[in-house]
Design a binder for this molecule. Structure first.
Ligand code: COA
Length: 148
């Protein structure tokens, strides 16, 4: 059974551990805790048979929304969960009158870029040397989509 719901504070350490195993630019537990305290942020988790398989952190201020983090556990990837999470976030944001959604993704993160393009996001800009992965600087693509 699949369930999408807000993560509870005591589930954030599990999310941070999954992110650390999966993501080239993971958030720490502290990052997630700070995010949970921010009233403009939401942390939506996807549970399958009560197992946390992925999560998406997003924010909304007035009609502008942003995807801040997205992660599907390594062992749960390529089952459509990333798509389900992000599509659900877009649907939720539309209900709250968001009109545009933005995100940043590292150049070369083909899985994520393909996923975002599949959901209608387009590259609108590049940020040079935005990420530092093991001492190497990588550019970020800024992607956006209208929520109509
Ligand atoms: C990016 C990520 C969230 C995708 O999650 P997922 O559940 O595996 O993706 P889905 O199964 O929903 O796939 C949806 C689409 O994404 C793209 N995609 C996903 N994995 C891919 C891969 N390994 N190679 C190429 N495209 C891929 C495809 O377009 C796919 O559609 P298709 O199945 O019709 O080809 C996951 O790989 C992840 O957590 N990566 C590490 C963290 C990360 O990079 N997050 C993004 C930070 S900006």
């Amino acid at each position: 059974m699949q369930q999408l719901r807000e993560l509870k504070i005591n589930e954030l350490s599990e999310l941070a551990a999954m992110d650390a195993r999966t993501n080239a630019t993971p958030w720490s537990l502290f990052n997630y805790q700070q995010s949970a305290e921010d009233p403009t942020h939401n942390i939506l988790g996807l549970f399958v048979d009560d197992i946390l398989c992925g999560a998406c952190v997003y924010s909304q201020v007035l009609d502008q929304a942003e995807i801040l983090q997205l992660c599907v556990g390594y062992e749960h990837q390529r089952k459509g969960y990333g798509y389900l999470l992000l599509d659900s976030v877009c649907t939720e944001l539309k209900k709250y009158a968001a009109s545009q959604i933005f995100l940043e993704v590292m150049v070369g993160n083909i899985s994520a870029i393909n996923l975002y393009q599949k959901l209608g996001f387009n590259v609108i800009n590049t940020r040079k040397n935005y990420y530092n992965v093991n001492g190497k600087y990588k550019d970020a693509l800024i992607m956006a989509r209208e929520l109509v």
